[in-house]
Design a protein around this ligand. Structure first.
Ligand SMILES: [Zn+2]
Length: 140
């Protein structure tokens, strides 16, 4: 196992487990997956072993996110973290698929990023070939 890698929020990127492995593998292809329950249609993130809406464990599948999103809430971080030059934006992002994702918004002026801003998906490569989904402002 390699050493800690800086992540968007916690400072570390979690190691994949049985549940999150497919999600992480898809990031190698720069595909953002959203877990969706085939029994009730519920979409959820992060991936879990059970559907949080109906409790089904059998019917969970994956759908590819379109990449369209908007800022649900965000904050500008002015403290330095490895791999990040402050100030940078930590945001709760709402995907078009309806799920919330903690991520970063990479903007020329972090202080201009606000709730409701439209975003599109981008990727921040990790040394091991995986990537973290980040977002950039998009035109309305
Ligand atoms: Zn369900």
């Amino acid at each position: 196992m390699s050493g800690p890698v800086s992540g968007p929020v916690s400072g570390e990127v979690p190691e994949p487990d049985e549940v999150t492995e497919p999600w992480w593998e898809a990031t190698r292809r720069r595909v953002l997956l959203v877990q969706r329950c085939g029994a009730c249609g519920h979409a959820q993130h992060p991936p879990r072993a059970l559907c949080t809406a109906c409790g089904s464990a059998r019917d969970l599948g994956w759908t590819e996110a379109s990449g369209a999103a908007e800022v649900d809430a965000c904050t500008v971080v002015e403290r330095a973290m490895p791999g990040f030059t402050p100030p940078y934006v930590v945001a709760r992002v709402r995907l078009a698929e309806g799920v919330l994702l903690l991520s970063n918004v990479v903007a020329d002026d972090p202080y201009q990023v606000g709730g409701g801003d439209p975003l599109r998906l981008d990727w921040r490569p990790l040394p091991d070939g995986r990537a973290l989904p980040v977002f950039v402002p998009s035109e309305r």
